[in-house]
Design a protein around this ligand. Structure first.
Ligand code: ATP
Length: 530
């Protein structure tokens, strides 16, 4: 396979240098003269706020995009990477935010089919020996015979990395590799990678928004801002990195992620009907297995109930059933004491708003413009439409533009298809649509800050608390335990499709939550808390 191409690089870690890379999308310059040097065996972090150009840069390195200008050197020799296959042949591999494994195959089968030189007729016994010998040389352990669909998120992420190592990728690009992991899983995986860099076996370039990980694992950082390199180096403090990313004033407001939270107004003392009540929800996943097994929960007006848990314990199904995207096998949902059936009309009548996770997939139309996506829920109402059917394009554009400014959605124009925005900006646009409505009686949000840079995360969390202060009942479902602990009045843990624990925030301690997390998803060894 790649041996020929790899022959000019040294046997261990590969050094990479990008010189003066520029990339335009139409008239928009996503990368402007970006240079980056990652010596062999370095663990290098790539930072930048949402839309700064991080993904564009690594996509140019991996051959998904062709840079308009600039050069890439591997071990000092210029290479031309025209597509990801060529990147693979040169020893460049990438771990994506989403998993790329085949869920119905076992871990071992996934490794075999990943090989570019996999034979048409596979000698499974020989392959097995080869994989076991390979695994002996790596620190990562995964159950080889288990179907990937039954692996925990941590095990899947290890397998993604093993796949690259199996393919002899010795320059590894990681795009927010820990976003689906518990802090302990993240530390384990990054710790192994760090040790491998120290032994000179691989080089790592990691995109992350987590300063803690940068401080703990990275040897050096490069910071991008609006498509340009604005700083970097070794031994930088969190504050120095934050300032490079967003500028002095914003860094002061948001570096801790907590500073910007508005003061909480006391919850109304009279506890009448809960604004949202879930009563014994049962639902199945796509394979007909139980996903929700009797979820019951009440959320009062002016309260945030935060549901924590290890990824894959029913969070997705819970949000989907509340949105009407997954049928209930049994159970009932009440809003303000009335039976609620999730139809478009019922959402508006009840003042119920939902921000699901992966908003581009679940809450936006990728090919439609940013402005249209933002005003989606108000199309047929004045002033965006007259007599309920005549759409006023100019008013839609103006309303879209106004919300884009308020929620700081960075887009070349209101007419740009939302699918072309960076992940963080899609998130902001969907939040702009759901959080700008008045009044919000019930707000359901899932992983609202997933993939957001620290300043944006602080801003979004502040908006959620503001909605609560204004009287909304908020159901927050988040895999970020710190987020749940920072925002919630009441904390619950979901495990195996059931609410395993629930307590007011004042009575919650991380140890108790850890015990309830530990019943986590299949294959999970418990999910210790960081
Ligand atoms: N295919 C494309 N067409 C048009 N514009 C694009 C395209 N891909 C990226 N962009 C724009 O380039 C800019 C940089 O996007 P990029 O995805 O590289 O940012 P990022 O730093 O990775 O952000 P995030 O942290 O939110 O993932 C954004 O303004 C984005 O809208």
């Amino acid at each position: 396979m790649s041996n020929e191409a790899l022959s000019f690089t040294s046997p261990g870690a590969i050094a990479l240098e990008a010189i003066g890379l520029s990339k335009r999308f139409g008239s928009f310059k996503a990368l402007d003269d970006v240079s980056l040097k990652v010596p062999a065996g370095e663990f290098h972090a790539l930072l930048g706020e949402n839309g700064a150009g991080k993904s564009t840069l690594v996509k140019c390195l991996m051959g998904f995009h062709r840079a308009d200008e600039g050069a890439v050197l591997l071990d000092g020799r210029e290479v031309s990477v025209r597509n990801p296959r060529e990147a693979q042949g040169l020893g460049l591999g990438m771990v994506y935010q989403h998993f790329t494994l085949v869920p119905s195959l076992t871990a071992a089968e996934n490794l075999v089919i990943a090989r570019r030189d996999a034979p048409a007729v596979i000698d499974w016994a020989a392959e097995r020996r080869r994989i076991e010998a390979f695994l002996d040389r790596t620190p990562f352990r995964v159950p080889l015979d288990r179907r990937v669909g039954a692996l925990s998120a941590g095990e899947r992420q290890k397998l993604e990395i093993l796949k690259l190592l199996y393919l002899d990728q010795r320059f590894m690009i990681l795009d927010e590799p820990t976003s689906v992991l518990t802090p302990a899983e993240a530390d384990e995986i990054l710790g192994h990678l760090k040790a491998m860099t120290e032994r000179g076996e691989i080089t790592v370039l990691m995109i992350t928004h987590k300063f803690r990980e940068v401080q703990a694992f990275a040897d050096a950082v490069t910071v991008l801002r609006r498509g340009r390199v604005v700083g970097g180096g070794r031994g930088l403090s969190t504050r120095e990195m934050a300032t490079m990313m967003v500028g002095e004033a914003a860094a002061t407001a948001g570096a801790s992620g907590k500073a910007a939270l508005p003061e909480r107004r006391a919850m109304p003392a009279s506890v009448g009907e809960p604004a949202l009540e879930l009563a014994g929800l049962f639902a199945e996943d796509d394979d007909g297995r139980p996903a929700l097994r009797g979820v019951s929960l009440k959320v009062a007006a002016g309260e945030i109930v935060g549901i924590a848990g290890v990824s894959g314990n029913g969070q997705g199904a819970l949000v989907e059933t509340c949105c009407g995207q997954r049928p209930l096998s049994s159970g009932q949902m009440f809003v303000n004491g009335r039976d609620f059936l999730p139809t478009r009309r019922a959402f508006d009548a009840a003042g119920l708003f939902v921000v699901p996770e992966e908003p581009l997939k679940n809450a936006a139309v990728a090919g439609m413009s940013v402005a249209d996506n933002i005003v989606f829920r108000r199309f047929e109402k004045p002033p965006l439409s007259r007599r309920g059917w005549w759409l006023d394009r100019r008013a839609i554009r103006a309303a879209g533009r106004e919300l884009m400014t308020r929620f700081r959605v960075a887009s070349p124009s209101p007419d740009t298809p939302i699918g072309a925005l960076s992940g963080g900006n899609v998130q902001r646009a969907v939040l702009a649509r759901e959080l700008s409505a008045e009044p919000i009686a019930v707000l359901i949000v899932a992983n609202p800050c997933f993939g957001l840079d620290f300043a944006s995360a602080a801003e979004i969390r502040a908006r959620i608390v503001a909605a609560r202060n204004a009287g909304a009942a908020v159901l927050l479902i988040s895999e970020d335990l710190d987020e749940v602990l920072d925002l919630s009045d009441t904390v619950a843990v979901i495990s195996h499709g059931q609410i395993a624990y629930k307590a007011p925030i004042a009575e919650v301690d991380r140890g108790t939550i850890g015990i309830h997390f530990a019943g986590g998803s299949e294959g999970e060894q418990g999910a210790p808390l960081g």
